[in-house]
Write a protein that binds this ligand. Structure first.
Ligand SMILES: [Zn+2]
Length: 492
């Protein structure tokens, strides 16, 4: 995720960035044919499978969801209950909605508070209806007992419900002509340390932790609407779109009324960009292509056959999902294009640090945010040279080391410790990126070579901070513990 544009770099950088802007040719008339590569086919073997049918009702503001989950118990332990995350339930009440934070409330609830949430009609396990309950306060964790499921065993969950999409400019919400459907598809909870994760929907940062699975989606939209999705969708009939994404830890959608699309190819990857206007779609596409190219060369190949950029009506810079990034609408304005480019770069880096290598976004947010912020700096260095890198590094990593923040926040703090976006950006993004820059000094081949090895070792997996540290020690042959402690856990 990245934050409202007023927190971005000062305008003086615009000149530097625009001065180096390259010219790109767009591939037009693509037939949209996409195929998963070998890495994805291998990674998809034996994963949990989601088959969901989503039906949009613009008048009611609802999305009906019918989902079958062929669940594989990959926890290594015997299970007697299961948990399904219904993040949209946090939007039921003002008190639990992540968009209720005072800093963003008016921008999100532009027409006043609008409730969201899921009405659950059916939950069946192996054909039997189950009694379920919500096990956390914001009702985002649905839980039910099952007969013992041994490690490696499979079972089938059937879920039917109707999601009320709040009228809200947020990653989950609907505004004029756009429905943003991030974290709407119910996902199995993540199992860790002998229990299901039940994190609340914290308003700062991304509370989502999930495991890679295969998704097959059918999406019904009325005439005039076009769906963009993590799973590349093809039109099957009037109003019906269908698509698949393999080995992804989530699947997000944006639905556009009269939206415009631009597309380009980068090797085997199709890049799609959706926006209200054609020129805006092309602008983001150009940056998406540059970012994908840069990070593929730095951190290893992008594995998904399609990468989609979605212009999104929310007060943030951007928000990452597997194979899809939501990008804040305001950044598409002509005079914000340099911020658009940096935002697209940051969000695209999440395809490596979040989508490919999963980490604990709730308890250890630096592990994806700081890495993406660092990667974004490298993008600027590769594309626009050392002097642009030095300037941006000053604003985004050096200055945050000297800025004051409230309380005893450190980059290693969980998202629940933060109460405003400024502190979160300064500490987790800025000071976190400073750690990666410091590591550059003593790692063989520098931080980029380390991150490439990290991606190679943990693609499609989940890496705790302890595993990160162990891998770093093994890779470097040094004890990085004191340095991590110094940067991540020391109150300044
Ligand atoms: Zn981010």
């Amino acid at each position: 995720m990245v934050f409202p544009r007023r927190f971005w770099i000062p305008a003086l950088l615009s000149a530097l960035l625009l001065a180096g802007a390259a010219v790109f040719l767009l591939t037009r008339g693509d037939d949209g044919t996409v195929k998963p590569g070998d890495a994805l086919l291998t990674a998809s073997q034996g994963l949990t499978e989601y088959r969901a049918t989503l039906r949009m009702d613009p008048e009611a503001g609802t999305l009906a969801i019918s989902e079958t989950v062929d669940y594989v118990n990959a926890t290594g332990e015997s299970l007697n209950d299961l948990s399904l995350r219904l993040w949209i339930n946090a939007f039921k009440k003002e008190e639990t909605s992540p968009a209720s934070l005072e800093e963003i409330y008016d921008a999100c609830y532009f027409a006043g508070f609008s409730p969201g949430g899921m009405t659950v009609y059916d939950v069946l396990w192996n054909g039997e209806r189950v009694d379920f309950a919500f096990s956390n306060e914001d009702e985002t964790a649905l839980r039910f007992a099952i007969p013992t499921l041994l490690p490696g065993e499979r079972g089938t969950l059937l879920f039917r419900g109707v999601a009320q999409i709040p009228q809200c400019a947020y990653r989950t919400g609907r505004t004029e002509g756009i429905w943003q459907l991030g974290n709407v598809i119910p996902l199995m909870a993540h199992w860790e340390n002998g229990e299901w994760r039940q994190d609340a929907y914290a308003p700062i940062g991304d509370p989502f932790v999930s495991d890679c699975a295969n998704f097959d989606l059918s999406v019904y939209v009325p005439e005039g609407w076009t769906p963009a999705c993590s799973a590349p969708l093809k039109k099957k009939a009037d109003g019906l779109w269908q698509g698949t994404i393999l080995a992804a830890r989530d699947a997000a959608l944006c639905l556009y009324e009269n939206g415009k699309t631009a597309k380009a190819r980068l090797g085997d990857t199709l890049i799609l960009s959706y926006a209200a206007g054609e020129e805006e779609a092309r602008a983001a596409l150009k940056y998406g292509k540059k970012a994908l190219e840069t990070f593929s060369s730095l951190y290893g190949p992008y594995p998904y056959p399609v990468y989609t950029l979605c212009q999104t009506d929310f007060p943030f810079g951007g928000m990452e999902y597997p194979a899809l990034s939501m990008i804040g609408k305001s950044l598409y304005a002509g005079d914000k294009r340099e911020t658009l480019e940096l935002t697209v770069a940051h969000e695209t880096a999440h395809q490596w640090f979040y989508a490919l290598v999963g980490s604990d976004q709730a308890l250890s947010p630096w592990q994806d945010e700081a890495l993406c912020e660092y990667a974004m700096l490298r993008y600027v260095q590769k594309r626009y040279g050392q002097s642009s890198f030095d300037t941006l590094k000053y604003y985004r990593a050096d200055a945050p080391m000297a800025e004051g923040v409230s309380g005893s926040l450190t980059p290693g703090s969980p998202i629940s410790y933060f109460s405003n976006f400024t502190d979160y950006r300064t500490v987790v993004y800025g000071r976190g990126a400073a750690l990666l820059l410091a590591l550059d000094e003593f790692l063989p081949g520098g931080t980029d070579a380390f991150l490439k090895a990290y991606v190679q070792a943990f693609s499609f997996g989940y890496v705790t901070r302890a595993r990160f540290e162990a891998f770093l020690n093994r890779y470097s042959g040094l004890d990085a513990g004191p340095l991590l402690l110094d940067y991540l856990d020391t109150v300044m």
